[in-house]
Design a protein around this ligand. Structure first.
Ligand code: ARG
Length: 501
């Protein structure tokens, strides 16, 4: 339909090579929405008559309520994309004289990026709301586990003792930062490029702000070159998606390790476990492994998307079309991964006894004891580190006994190695301090801000609860504003159509 200068049809292989029809199906609804606003604005700018506008709106309405009609009416099978297909359907439903006016003061270059922005802002709003749902579930599991003592790991070796809520709250904080990133991103997505036309605007006296407001945008992308060229908002979306997936990956990895028979700290609900074709005993954490696996694809998509943009000159180039399927995949994968993770978090069962047993025999208590020695004996941290390190070495060489099972003579013998003698920190005193440092006291004594201490857990829970509340309000406000624009559009369409009947 667009072939005014080139004669004849495109070579059929070239056409299918060029075509973006498949990935454009996700844009169908948005393209119609954008077209409705565009023709109403053309009418209000005295470019289309009322009669023409109504005819076009009716044709669009027909396509909107029955997407199958598109194929029927877009008899022109040479359409390269959804924009061409919809325009040809509108022309076929109306006439060339009427439908042929729909593309006045518009180009596919501003149209495609308008559609992408509209789809992405809806995706982003769903993703943000799902993110809050997941954070909410993590928070309620955290509340149940403020006193669930467990070892904490660095290098995947037992490091210090902590509580399960502490890990779960750390996931909340990290995911909340991604929510913030998406909110920032939303501001840059929710601006309208329409009216920039091919690259340099139009002489037709259109009102760019009017279309923007009917479509719920907060503003327009002012510069027409910028409006048709820039894709930074979607690189940002892809990077935010990857960041979020990396969080889900870390949670997955923690859960996978904690659910092994060797750890046995948690167990996945059967709904979220796979089995083995061969080994009847198996209960595998496949959904968690797939979150990890799919993150690789999202990483690849970010690189691919930015590589498509890299090296392009200003103005639309067809390379940009290749971004769409990658973007859709990124967005839908993120959305479902968050949902799956929410299901897993909500149903996981926690074996508090196993966690406690691992903590009770763990040398992860060592730093706490070393700090007791500093306070009681007024010695340097380095010396205290040496003393406790030597005692731990002795205990582990003598059958891996827990520190609180050592005797005074064990302490005396081990300290001979470093010639440690101190008037307050006698072997008896050191053993007392070791016995005083129970797992419960280890947590109680650690009072630094943000530590596993019970009060600190409560402070973090209250803080997160408040942020969730604020973010929920922010989301509601955002969707209300969008709805306001859409209502304005609906009202105008209904008014025009009702007047005609
Ligand atoms: N199908 C194209 C895309 O998805 C639409 C824009 C085409 N514009 C052009 N001037 N060839 O990017």
């Amino acid at each position: 339909m667009y072939r005014s200068r080139p004669t004849g049809n495109l070579d059929s292989k070239a056409l299918s090579y060029l075509s973006s029809i498949t990935e454009d199906s996700d844009l169908f609804y948005y393209d119609l929405l954008g077209s409705q606003a565009h023709v109403i604005m053309l009418h209000e700018s005295n470019i289309l008559s009322k009669k023409e506008t109504i005819e076009i709106l009716k044709a669009i309405g027909r396509l909107m309520s029955n997407s199958a009609a598109l194929n029927e009416y877009a008899a022109d099978s040479t359409a390269e994309d959804i924009h061409e297909m919809i325009e040809s359907a509108v022309i076929n439903i109306t006439t060339m004289n009427v439908g042929g006016k729909i593309h006045t003061a518009r180009s596919r270059n501003d149209q495609v990026v308008l559609d992408i922005r509209m789809k992405l802002r809806d995706d982003l709003n769903r993703i943000s709301s799902n993110l809050l749902g997941l954070i909410h579930s993590l928070l309620s599991r955290a509340k149940e586990n403020i006193e669930t003592i467990m070892p904490m790991y660095t290098h995947l070796q037992q490091a210090q003792l902590g509580v399960l809520s502490h890990y779960l709250l750390s996931y909340c904080f990290s995911l909340l930062r991604n929510f913030e990133r998406f909110s920032e991103n939303y501001k840059r997505i929710n601006v309208s490029p329409l009216g920039a036309c091919a690259i340099g605007g139009s002489s037709m006296g259109i009102d760019r702000n009017k279309v923007a407001s009917m479509l719920g945008f907060s503003d327009i992308v002012y510069n027409s070159v910028d409006a048709t060229t820039s894709r930074d908002f979607l690189v940002e979306f892809s990077s935010n998606s990857l960041n979020t997936m990396l969080d889900l990956c870390r949670i997955s990895e923690d859960f996978i390790i904690w659910s092994t028979s060797e750890f046995g700290f948690i167990s996945l609900d059967d709904q979220f476990s796979s089995s083995s074709s061969a080994m009847p005993q198996k209960k595998n954490p496949d959904p968690l492994e797939l979150i990890r696996g799919k993150t690789a694809m999202m990483e690849g998509n970010l690189v691919a998307i930015s590589s498509i943009i890299k090296g392009l000159s200003s103005g639309y180039s067809r390379d940009l079309q290749e971004i769409k399927p990658l973007l859709w995949k990124t967005s839908s994968t993120l959305e479902t991964s968050i949902e799956i993770m929410n299901g897993i978090v909500s149903t996981i069962s926690v074996d508090q006894d196993k966690m406690y047993a691992a903590s009770a025999k763990s040398y992860a208590i060592s730093l706490d004891i070393a700090e007791q020695l500093i306070t009681e004996g007024d010695i340097s941290f380095r010396l205290s580190h040496k003393v406790i390190g030597t005692i731990v070495d002795y205990a582990s060489r003598n059958g891996n006994v827990p520190l609180n099972s050592l005797t005074v003579s064990d302490i005396t013998n081990s300290l001979k190695k470093i010639d440690f003698s101190h008037e307050i920190l006698t072997p008896e005193k050191i053993l007392n301090l070791i016995k005083l440092t129970t797992p419960e006291n280890s947590i109680k004594f650690r009072k630094t801000k943000g530590s596993p201490n019970k009060n600190e857990q409560q402070i973090m829970i209250d803080h997160i609860e408040k942020i969730i509340f604020d973010y929920e309000k922010e989301l509601e406000l955002r969707s209300n504003k969008l709805q306001l624009g859409m209502d304005q559009l609906d009202k105008k369409i209904n008014q025009l159509i009702n007047e005609s009947s």
